[in-house]
Design a protein around this ligand. Structure first.
Ligand code: DX5
Ligand code: ZN
Length: 211
């Protein structure tokens, strides 16, 4: 079944705990936490603070997306409270990728690798048997409220063909219309910021994205 992972990027920090509880009650499968360092992407987030609040607010899966230049060092403080940790292939050389995979395995965490819209899936192929999830960015990472880049759909299809059982997550510009396209292409975990948090009826929004 398709899972929905509301992304808490644009949520007011003071309301964060209640907002997370609200989307959990509305049916969220995961909470997606964007960690940005102002270097790998122009934007910065208070990732660790968000994660700690999320951990306090809920028991559901915490899905942490690192958009940082040095993911291996950066993620150390996050590991304990996370369930899935995703890092960008563009931010880690081959040795570092292997080290991160080993580190997360040893801690019993799920491992995700992400590609930006201009990165081809070829780079992921050597890792597909070692990781749990691929995160295909459907917008340039950094900001919510962008439009899905249609060329990214083909990458989802190719990955699904290569790995029928792999978790494929998509992130950026997901709404009722684009959800249909990415699901048809083979994505099974949909990150949604605007489409859930800015909706008047979050339960309905999550149900519609999922079905
Ligand atoms: C973008 C972030 C996304 C973003 C999605 O870099 O990784 O998680 O919050 O927001 P929407 O759903 O509004 O595109
Ligand atoms: Zn994200």
């Amino acid at each position: 079944m398709v899972k929905i992972a509301p992304s808490i990027l644009d949520v007011n920090m003071d309301d964060l705990e209640n907002e997370i509880k609200d989307v959990v009650v509305a049916g969220a499968d995961y909470i997606h936490i964007d960690v940005m360092d102002g270097k790998f992407v122009p934007n910065e987030t208070q990732g660790l603070k968000m994660l700690k609040v999320a951990k306090k607010a809920t028991d559901i899966t915490l899905d942490v997306h690192f958009m940082v230049e040095n993911p291996k060092e950066y993620m150390q403080e996050f590991i304990e409270n996370s369930d899935i940790i995703t890092f960008h292939v563009e931010a880690a050389d081959e040795n570092t990728r292997e080290e991160i995979i080993q580190l997360l395995r040893s801690k019993g965490k799920k491992i995700g690798m992400s590609i930006k819209p201009n990165t081809s899936i070829e780079v992921l192929i050597p890792y597909l048997n070692k990781i749990d999830m691929v995160l295909v960015m459907t917008v340039e990472p950094g900001f919510g409220l962008q439009k899905l880049i249609p060329e990214t759909i083909e990458k989802i299809k190719e990955l699904r063909k290569l790995k029928p059982e792999l978790d494929i997550e998509v992130d950026g510009g997901i709404n009722i219309e684009t959800a249909k396209l990415v699901k048809e292409a083979g994505a099974n975990i949909l990150v949604a910021g605007t489409a859930v948090f800015k909706s008047e009826n979050r339960k309905q929004a999550i149900e519609e994205l999922r079905k």
